[in-house]
Write a protein that binds this ligand. Structure first.
Ligand code: GLU
Length: 450
């Protein structure tokens, strides 16, 4: 059997063992597409059975999360934690609270996280968790009760040397606070390093909140640099308006770019003002009022208009930063972006481009930065938070941001060098997958069949 056939057979087995988990299949296939070149050179990866082991999480936890809303009604949600790989360090990855969450989503995110975390060069394994709980429209007290119920089960699986969650969609500073409070109460330990994304005054790290968005822009900046370009004077589309999008917009603006559109699940806004999106207003609408993107357009005045049909990717731009959610940019969007002269796409979200879109980007002149590289700044800064917690230290904003910028430049270099070494210069997908896979696979072989 050829290498490609052997990889196909493993993939088929993964599909059959994990029925109905489309996003997980997609994430596995995306990595497998890059592996033939490396397995060709290093057949021991296949012979040692590393790949099937890598596709099976070390542990999967599913649990009941009962809670009572403000009107006294009982709700039962489902909680998940998929501890995917601890070969490079404690399981590390966020928690997502969103009604779309089911095992297939958590496994796709956990699988991606293994490689993303390896790329950071920090000692962290891969995991992910969450719940189908919908925080939208819920009061602070309801969110608190939900988080407490969630942690009353999850705590037994966590620990600074075991598993260290953080935020993701629907889980920000407020939720991490409630989760940490409950963990501390149950265990009677102020174990700072058990969660990241904590508040600055009680063990949190500077820049963690901004890190995923800033990191994506730093990565895109490195990509632009290879073309002798920068953000200065460029139009940029940033999808989403959550934590990743907001801080991506902030950094783009600092670097002289103009953000002309952003979005949420209800639609997108095109802002034709000379300075683009008004970040302060967007933050007020999304973070304080917890409102919809239409409220932003209304408050912004005639230069901003909201669209609820079509796609945000129809808006002409030089640089596109998908920062919303998985599969938000499809083949038709990729074609439009290319036709409109887009030169760089960097994924701030996890797997926002569909496989067909990624294929088109990598075959075109567009430089495409996959999420596991381009959005690794968030988890990298989580690792910096763990480092500060372990040494009971806290670093300044400037120092931490400098470290983040260095880490993103290192990841860019690592992806670019690997792509070059394997004869596909400029293919960041191949570079990210091959380089991180090799690191994880080598560690697995060294640690034996466990
Ligand atoms: N949820 C983020 C991610 O997708 C961050 C995870 C973390 O900081 O542990 O990488």
């Amino acid at each position: 059997m050829t290498v490609a056939h052997r990889l196909d057979a493993i993939y088929e087995d993964v599909r059959q063992r994990n029925p109905g988990e489309g996003e997980f299949h997609q994430a596995v296939q995306e990595v497998f597409q890059s592996l033939a070149v490396v397995v060709d050179r290093r057949p021991e990866y296949l012979d040692a059975g590393v790949i099937p082991r890598l596709c099976e999480p070390e542990r999967q936890i599913i649990f009941r999360v009962p809670w009572i809303d403000d009107s006294g009604k009982l709700h039962v949600n489902r909680g998940f934690r998929v501890e995917f790989s601890s070969v490079l360090g404690p399981y590390k990855g966020g928690l997502r609270f969103h009604p779309s969450v089911y095992l297939g989503i958590v496994k796709f995110l956990g699988f991606e996280q293994i490689f993303k975390n390896a790329l950071t060069g920090m000692p962290i394994g891969g995991g992910k968790g969450g719940s189908d709980f919908d925080p939208k429209g819920r009061s602070d007290n309801e969110v608190m009760r939900f988080c407490q119920s969630f942690m009353s089960e999850l705590y037994r699986h966590l620990g600074e040397y075991t598993d260290v969650p953080a935020g993701d969609i629907g889980v920000g500073g407020r939720e991490v606070g409630y989760l940490f409070g409950m963990y501390k109460k149950i265990t009677n330990r102020f174990e700072s390093g058990v969660l990241t994304g904590k508040g600055i005054g009680w063990g949190g790290a500077q820049v963690r909140k901004e890190a995923t968005g800033y990191g994506t822009v730093f990565f895109a900046q490195e990509m632009l640099r290879t073309k002798g370009q920068s953000f200065e004077g460029r139009d940029v589309v940033v999808s989403g308006s959550g934590n990743v999008a907001i801080y991506a917009i902030e950094k783009v603006q600092e670097l002289g770019g103009r953000v002309v559109a952003c979005s949420d699940s209800s639609g997108y806004v095109v802002d034709e003002s000379a300075d683009g999106v008004d970040l302060e207003l967007l933050q007020e609408v999304k973070e304080v009022r917890r409102g919809r993107i239409g409220d932003y357009a209304e408050a912004r005045g005639p230069k901003a208009s909201v669209a609820d049909n079509g796609s945000i990717w129809d808006v002409p731009c030089h640089i596109a930063l998908p920062c919303a959610t998985q599969n938000e940019l499809d083949l038709a969007d990729a074609k439009t972006l290319i036709d409109n002269g887009c030169v760089v796409v960097a994924e701030g979200a996890n797997m926002p481009a569909t496989p067909e879109a990624v294929k088109l980007f990598t075959e075109s002149e567009v430089l495409f930065g996959p999420g596991k590289a381009a959005n690794a700044g968030g988890v990298a800064t989580s690792a910096l938070e763990m480092q500060q917690n372990a040494s009971r230290d806290s670093w300044s904003f400037e120092h931490t941001e400098k470290r983040l910028a260095e880490i993103m430049a290192d990841i860019h270099e690592r992806c670019a060098d690997t792509a070059e070494e394997y004869g596909h210069p400029g293919d960041y997908v191949l570079g990210a997958n091959v380089s991180s896979f090799q690191q994880v696979a080598d560690a697995m072989i060294a640690q034996g069949v466990v």
